[in-house]
Design a protein around this ligand. Structure first.
Ligand SMILES: Cc1cc2nc3c(=O)[nH]c(=O)nc-3n(C[C@H](O)[C@H](O)[C@H](O)COP(=O)(O)OP(=O)(O)OC[C@H]3O[C@@H](n4cnc5c(N)ncnc54)[C@H](O)[C@@H]3O)c2cc1C
Length: 455
């Protein structure tokens, strides 16, 4: 057990905590990063499973994610484009499979018109929003007290259009059913990504991947931080006091006790209550954190001897709001002769999938992949499910969002420090919300705040 003294102690070695530590250290402050797991990277994790190299967590980068892109440049990490040549597949609610090109699903003219109208309305609402302050949107309360599911149906009577548009935010991003979060939360998701149209455009939002893996960001930062990163050491207690305006905070973790001037909680909000705070957090924090929860998604990796779908003129991209796998993409690694598909089974479909035995789940999920890309897709040589819901130090994926009404009610206070305690994670980001870019932005923002206070 070490007893150490630093300017700032950071709890959580995900991209947000590691970025904050890096920025603070570059500017001359001393830091320690306390991490519960035996590795850095948090929800980014690149590893070899059964001989296949996989991105188990976060992986894609979009062109607007400039904070992440800047950090990749600084760390000397290169990117490559997702394979997207050829036709995509849409599976309609009646199970019909259609090949198509472009962004619009091959739906009837009426459904297409209804989808375009919903996209325009969501773009207009997102354009009125400052992602730093979604609660200041002119219709914030009105949008926050209705579920996204019901709001869509106030705008359109076309059920297929509502489900398809719902998919981009519900299954696709927040990984909760559209009835479980508000229309304001949906508009915020769009505004954080620049527009709703950006979320519909998979070529934009799922543009590039990092050669060597997204976890490389945290691994490279860990090389720079050296012994300042302490692994296998869950933080258990944050104790603090103030004497003559100076804070003194002590973080007790399994392998180190760190005394510092400030502490950064760089963990998702659903995990704050895993730490005991002394004195206890204020009432508003206690309440707020109970209204923020992670979604649930199974990221399915299926590896084949070759990317066989390309021969058939298919990009590997497929969408269906009604299938078990709702989205599928070619996820073949850089310069890898084998082909990899990645599919997503989200929210209530993930609940269902987890009621099955592992064998039955694989059978149903690969059958769903085959519905998009043909019978060969049902026979991967390597099959793996990223199951972040059962990871003790995450408990869901991809990130957290507020329940109905929570965003406008608590959002204004989500970044308010409590004494020496600051909050930093992708779940609290404005731009890049839920994404690695948001984690990096929050790390940089928190470091800048602390530098202003401490230097
Ligand atoms: C399956 C999946 C797919 C995703 N896909 C993408 C994508 O394609 N593109 C994208 O940009 N984003 C994606 N994301 C989201 C992205 O990975 C996260 O937004 C990002 O990693 C969040 O970073 P963070 O530092 O805020 O939190 P985290 O990465 O969660 O890091 C928090 C760290 O805190 C640690 N911790 C928790 N409690 C304690 C404690 N008490 N003491 C010490 N340590 C603690 C955890 O172990 C963890 O290492 C995906 C996420 C998942 C899970």
């Amino acid at each position: 057990m070490h007893n150490i003294e630093r300017d700032v102690v950071i709890i959580g070695a995900g991209p947000s905590g590691m970025t904050a530590a890096h920025e603070l250290k570059k500017s001359g402050l001393s830091v320690a990063v306390i991490e519960a797991r035996d590795r850095v990277g948090g929800r980014t994790w690149s590893d070899t499973i059964d001989g296949a190299w996989l991105e188990i967590g976060g992986q894609w980068v979009s062109p607007d994610q400039t904070a992440l892109i800047g950090l990749l440049d600084e760390l000397g990490l290169d990117t490559y484009s997702r394979y997207r040549d050829g036709e995509s597949i849409y599976v309609a609610p009646d199970g019909t499979r259609t090949r198509y090109t472009g962004e619009m699903f091959p739906v009837s003219a009426e459904t297409e018109a209804a989808m375009n109208k919903l996209i325009d309305t969501l773009d207009a609402l997102a354009a009125q929003m400052d992602p730093e302050k979604p609660w200041e949107h002119p219709a914030a309360r009105e949008l926050d007290i209705i579920s996204f599911h019901h709001w869509l149906r106030t705008q359109s009577t076309d059920e297929e259009a509502c489900n398809n548009i719902g998919l981009f935010i519900a299954g696709g991003m927040l990984t909760k059913p559209a009835h479980a979060f508000s229309a304001l939360q949906a508009v915020f998701m769009a505004s954080s990504a620049g527009s709703f149209s950006n979320l519909v455009d998979d070529n934009f939002i799922l543009d590039k991947r990092v050669i060597g893996g997204m976890q490389g960001v945290s691994l490279k930062l860990a090389e720079k931080l050296g012994a300042d990163v302490i692994l296998n050491s869950p933080a258990r207690t944050v104790r603090w006091s103030e004497v003559d305006g100076d804070y003194r905070v002590t973080v007790v973790s399994d392998n180190a006790t760190v005394t510092a001037k400030r502490v950064v909680m760089a963990v998702p909000p659903n995990l704050y209550s895993r730490v005991s705070f002394d004195p206890p957090l204020p009432r508003r924090q206690h309440q707020m954190h109970q209204h923020q929860s992670l979604g649930l998604v199974i990221k399915v990796h299926a590896v084949y001897e070759t990317p066989f779908w390309r021969k058939d003129g298919l990009s590997g991209t497929g969408f269906s709001a009604s299938s078990l796998v709702q989205e599928v993409y070619d996820n073949t690694n850089h310069e890898d002769p084998r082909g990899t598909l990645v599919g997503f089974v989200s929210d209530e479909k993930a609940d269902y999938a987890f009621t099955l035995t592992a064998e039955q789940r694989k059978k149903e999920i690969t059958a769903s992949l085959a519905q998009f890309l043909g019978a060969e897709a049902a026979e991967p040589v390597v099959y793996y499910e990223s199951d972040w819901g059962s990871e003790e130090w995450t408990r869901g994926a991809y990130a957290s969002s507020y329940d109905l009404g929570g965003l406008h009610r608590y959002g204004p206070d989500q970044l308010t420090p409590v004494g020496p305690i600051h909050w930093s994670c992708s779940d609290l980001a404005a731009e890049g919300y839920q994404h690695v870019d948001g984690a990096v932005r929050m790390g940089q923002f928190t470091a800048a705040k602390l530098l202003a206070e401490l230097k």
